[in-house]
Write a new protein. Structure first.
Length: 590
């Protein structure tokens, strides 16, 4: 409870104990832990999270974006979690702002709308005007939301300890999952982190073609209150084609061209975020992308491009359009962002290229680069399992592939081989899936995978240093040239070793370590049996020889007792191991 005591003066110990008992009660009622780690009965887990309130609803919503942590069935169920939070009345909002900034609403803003235009579990957003008349959006966290979240996270960990949760076998590592969601949730309620992310994203993407990003005001933003430029518009889902839409042929053609341009802009900008900036929006769902139609505009020149791409047979470059169309796309909500190192971006580009070759070994080698090793990895076995798994997918069309299920199964395959895909990669794949889903609805003929392949090649080619490669080739050629005269000498030495009988042959085989351990165990049992047999024989001789000598006789009897005790312990140990193995098989069958 240390963290709770430090950060929370408003939640009493009595309230903490009551909340802990509530968490434990709900967990037991819906068998949350066992269902979660075995990835079964997702609906029960969802109901439990809804009963437990804000923190657990946010946990479920976050898990709905983490295909590296939960199965597709849980993702689908958690996506249905809704924020049923009552809006804070304006007097409460005023007190929160006064407490966080030390200044009143009237001192900070020229005008402040009392009713929020958006509300969620963490906070609510109001429209306001700065003293100079600039319209801004002010996101204010709900009262005590940080203390409530931090308290619930600590109590969640305590509940795991109290319930003595330690399964022998599970699909999900509950403690690793808790660590991941704890870190993500604390980042999301840290408004200063979102302000920093938003400012960085603004510098990198605002004005890139039709992409807009709101400006943030760090001098007005504090923990619990975030101030950013107000961006009007409606969700981009409003531009998606509607079934049986009635309009003239000309209007329908214009709408089709508009959707095609929007799809291109989204793809180009997202690929730029990943491979050029290495900093990407990790939650680009339609609610976080606004469409705004400009009024009385004559068009603006596009920003100069940093790259170009191939769309079908047409090569399109960002910024080569003379005048932008009279609409913009605006990114919102920067609480969840992804960061990639340059080496990891290279690894992802290699995976894309490898998938294009359909070479299983090359795909496997590319995957190994973007994974962490959690133990000994049998690479040949990994390639074999990957080949059996991927072959049906490589023979299917993109439209036939269920990407969430594919990703989850690849992650499980990696785990089975002591490999852990980096969390940055899974966050990228999740963002990639959201963008591709949106793009496919806008323009069904464009596939992000097809677009990403040529760009990945172009990206690696740009990073290819011709001078370094030439120098390396010359150096390697020189080493080979100087080593060539030594080949006959080395062959002669090898033949001498063979003729003198000093040659040694070393080899290894699959599962060598486990097999050697089993052999060692068998030898130990055999040696123990020999020692016990010798003890019995020796004890028998001592008993016969000690008929008139109590010390010798007792020594022989002691040998019998020791032998019987060891045999009983060995039998008990064997039975216990078999019982554990039986229970493990039974749980897995369930």
């Amino acid at each position: 409870m240390d963290m709770v005591k430090e950060n929370n003066n408003t939640i009493s110990k009595k309230e903490q104990r009551t909340r802990l008992l509530e968490i434990i009660s709900v967990f037991r009622k819906y068998d949350v832990l066992l269902n979660f780690v075995r990835q079964r009965n997702p609906h029960k887990v969802k109901i439990a999270f809804e009963e437990l309130g804000v923190t657990f609803i946010k946990i479920g919503q976050m898990l709905s974006t983490r295909s590296d942590l939960v199965s597709p069935e849980f993702i689908e169920e958690f996506r249905q979690l809704q924020d049923n939070v009552t809006e804070d009345p304006f007097p409460v909002v005023e007190k929160i702002i006064k407490k966080q900034t030390g200044r009143s609403v009237s001192e900070l803003f020229k005008h402040f709308t009392e009713k929020p235009f958006a509300s969620a579990s963490i906070g609510q957003t109001h429209l306001a005007e700065l003293k100079d008349g600039t319209r801004v959006a002010v996101k204010v966290q709900h009262k005590n939301v940080r203390e409530i979240v931090e308290t619930d996270l600590v109590l969640f960990e305590q509940a795991l300890t109290i319930l003595k949760f330690a399964p022998d076998s599970s699909v999900i590592d509950i403690r690793k999952t808790l660590f991941e969601i704890k870190r993500a949730l604390l980042d999301e309620i840290d408004t200063m982190t979102e302000a920093k992310n938003g400012s960085e994203f603004y510098k990198l993407n605002n004005g890139q073609g039709i992409i807009q990003v709101p400006r943030f005001y760090p001098d007005l933003s504090v923990q619990g209150m975030l101030v950013s430029e107000y961006m009007p518009g409606k969700s981009i889902r409003e531009r998606l084609p509607k079934p049986q839409e009635e309009a003239s042929e000309q209007i329908l053609q214009q709408q089709k061209e508009e959707r095609h341009f929007l799809a291109q802009a989204l793809i180009q900008n997202f690929i730029k975020q990943v491979f050029t900036d290495h900093f990407f929006h990790a939650d680009p769902h339609p609610g976080n992308i606004l469409f705004t139609r400009l009024k009385d505009t004559k068009g603006q020149a596009a920003a100069e491009p940093k790259f170009s791409h191939q769309f079908g047979k047409t090569r399109v470059a960002v910024g080569k359009i003379k005048a932008l169309p009279p609409y913009r796309l605006t990114y919102l909500d920067f609480g969840m962002m992804g960061h990639l190192s340059a080496s990891l971006a290279d690894g992802i580009a290699n995976v894309i290229i490898a998938i294009n070759t359909k070479d299983i070994r090359e795909i496997g080698q590319a995957l190994l680069i973007i994974c962490d090793r959690a133990g000994v990895v049998d690479e040949e076995e990994f390639y074999a399992q990957l080949g059996l798994f991927l072959t049906p997918y490589l023979q299917s069309g993109l439209g036939e592939i269920d990407f969430p299920t594919l990703l989850f199964r690849i992650i499980q395959l990696c785990r089975d081989n002591n490999l852990r895909i980096k969390s940055e990669v899974t966050l990228l794949v999740k963002a990639f899936g959201l963008i591709e889903g949106l793009v496919v609805q806008l323009e069904p003929d464009i596939s992000m995978v097809d677009v990403a392949r040529p760009f990945a090649r172009e990206y690696l080619w740009r990073k290819f240093n011709v001078q370094n490669e030439i120098e390396n080739s010359v150096f390697n050629f020189w080493r080979a040239f100087t080593a060539t005269p030594q080949i006959p000498v080395k062959i002669g030495k090898f033949l001498d070793v063979l003729t003198q009988g000093r040659a040694q042959l070393k080899f290894s085989y699959k599962n060598q370590e486990s097999l050697l351990q089993r052999v060692e165990g068998m030898i130990n049992k055999l040696v123990t049996a020999i020692i016990l047999a010798a003890t019995i024989v020796g004890s028998s001789l001592l008993v016969q020889a000690g008929a008139g000598n109590s010390f010798v006789y007792n020594l022989g009897v002691g040998g019998y007792i020791l032998t019987v005790s060891v045999v009983i312990l060995m039998i008990v140990n064997t039975l216990y191991k078999r019982y554990k193995a039986w229970r493990k098989r039974r749980r897995e069958r369930k």
